[in-house]
Design a protein around this ligand. Sequence first.
Ligand SMILES: [Zn+2]
Length: 362
Amino acid sequence: MPAERPTHIQEFMDEPGVDRRELTRALACIRWVNRRLGGTGAVLGHLRSWSARWPRTGGPIRILDVATGSADIPAAVLRWARRGGRHVEVIGLDRHPTTLSIARDWTRKTPELTLVRGDALRLPVADASVDYATCSMFLHHLDDVAALAVLREMLRVSRRGIIVNDLLRSRWAKACIGVLTLFSGSMARHDGRISVAKGWTADEARGWAMALQNPWLRWQSHPFARFTLAGEKPDASGSSGEWRRLLTPEQYRITREAGTEQAFTGEYWNTKTPGVYRCVCCGMDLFRSQEKFDSDTGWPSFRQPISPAAITELVDCRHEMVRNEVKCSHCGAHLGHVFDDGPPPEHRRYCINSASLKLVPD
Ligand SMILES: [Zn+2]
């Protein structure tokens, strides 16, 4: 078992006052590794398989590339899209001004690429406003808590799915990177070694899929000490069969067919455990336990959602009643209804099916 991840050691390229020439050499080294050792191919492979279902008309497929570095993978994605006559646009986001300026120099002939400055931990992007969020060779720069926060942000902003592509930690990878960066400048040598040491073992990376509770995210190992964690949200692929496979029959009936569970039978109607209630389908945070109250109705009841953007409210005229339906704004799962007989001051009662929720205790 390789040693623990040395998350306290910074890579030189992350430092604010980094030397531009050294950074250019280190980024060139990463470009070579991505191109030759499968990083670019791993991202393209997922997009290629999903692209069969992309609409041929309408707007572009928009991809947000988080911590884009020199934007070599976005540029490769756009070359592939152009060759296939697909309308794709990429927004490359990076926090480091020098990295962004090098990326601008290297992508002048790529008009479908927009480069913006921003923090991966707080993406300056509205919920579900891009089709895919991708992130290559970046998460290993972070500790586990921050890496998970970036993954959640990617899930929040993407409509269709995400692709993460990063390094596995192993003795073999360590030896290889030593040889590869032998003549690549001191920054590439230092950061290359640290990067591999800060990668994840297969078990750790697989654990993320579980921590995120997104049943559609798949872990896959690739040659040259690389893994991807990627998936398309089942609604994006338009297959109810996929939801049927991922959910229990009761969860499916309620979330995908707007059903209602019997009062006083669900898992959470009487639960007082502190924590966050997530969407059972897509894992988005929906309600906090502090907002849960005893409504005596037999369904979990909340004063308000975790944020107004987390849910969508629609007028529902089914069953000879006019009610306000509440859906997950991310994946469209039916959650329940909202009524105006809740506690003051807002008087709102979000009456939610237990089967639509997954409680993650604090
Ligand atoms: Zn959802």
